[in-house]
Ligand binder design. Sequence first.
Ligand code: PLP
Length: 438
Amino acid sequence: MSHVFHRHTKHSYPTAMRGEGVYLFDDKGKKYLDGSGGAAVSCLGHGDPDVIEAIKAQAESLAYAHTSFFTSEPAEQLADKLVAASDGDFERVYFVSGGSEAVEAALKLARQYFLEKGESTRRRFIARRQSYHGNTLGALATGGNQWRKEPFAPLMVETSLISPCYAYRGQQDGESAFEYGQRVANELEEELLRVGPETVIAFVAEPVVGATLGAVPPVEGYFKRIREICDTYGILLILDEVMCGMGRTGSVFAYKQEGIRPDIVTIAKGLGAGYQPIGAMLCSAEIYAAIEAGTGFFQHGHTYVGHPTACAAANVVVDKLTTGLAARSADMGQKLNAALKASFGQHPNIGDIRGRGLFQGLEIVEDRDTKSPFAPELAINAKIKKAAFANGLGCYPMGGTVDGRIGDHVLLAPPFILTDEHITEITDKLGATFAEVL
Ligand code: PLP
């Protein structure tokens, strides 16, 4: 009997034994193409010798030192590299161990920023329906993923939720994509006016929506309008790039493709590429200055903040991303998107194929013309995950609330070292899976 507390108590899992490039191998020697990089984590693939060497070297010289006593070279270097990769949009980097922690830190920093400025009435966040920002109570409260939230609702602060930017389902007949984006962005202004802008801390959103919608990019102009509204009403813009950041959408920071500058951004997953658990929150000079000029102390912290071994691994990841690997994600992503469209563009149950870089999603529908989803009881996404896994493909199918019903999508987020042959293997295995399940 296993004593590991597995999340699904009734499932049994194969034991992962080895990773090599884009492949994982289990204890029976079965090979899986890691088509979703776990959950959009393994951007370098498995067994990268440079990251492994950096971890070894760091563990030998200094595995850990608590940040209330010391800073460390790997943390300082990594912060410099991330700030440089943002072209100076941010000034400070707060390191944590994962995505939810990064979001918690962002929410608390945003609240403290306003406290430092004497604006204590601000205590509410606005986020979007069908979003996910983490499983800890603060991050969960900010997300709009209802099934995850419902049991814990009494323990969480109330968050206002507006529509996501989800053109496939939201854009109306006769409306251009741009007009649609402006319309849904304007919901932020409507909600601010409804609750009173002086009560709002920040708007929180993923630039490209991952788990809840399946690699849905915003339409042009959406985030520019969001930024404008945040500025008009003096609220902060927090962008959650835990899943879509670190080259996943083809640029080191996903928000760069929107032509805006957020006040705070959160990253994790790809930052450690699965070699070490690490996340970070980056904030603007203005926010840091308010803390510096005020109490001089960010009232937050975890034991493993700025963990040197984790930072050493992430330094190698960021070096690789900024010297060609993020660009490779953009190029290979275009090829993957084209291959998916060639294979499934006419499939009667594939309603939409979308994404950016190596962050691609397929929306599964019962009827392409009406876009009606399969009945939730059919658990299509769970069946696809199971069948794909049996076929040797790891992919990330999920259901998200669509018009009050549960819709299904498949998310692909393979390592950036993917080749043309791997793309063919993905489409072949997905094709076989769809033939079995749909
Ligand atoms: N934010 C986003 C956008 C995510 O996709 C996730 C995880 O999937 C998180 C936050 C939470 O990250 P973690 O699971 O590392 O706590």
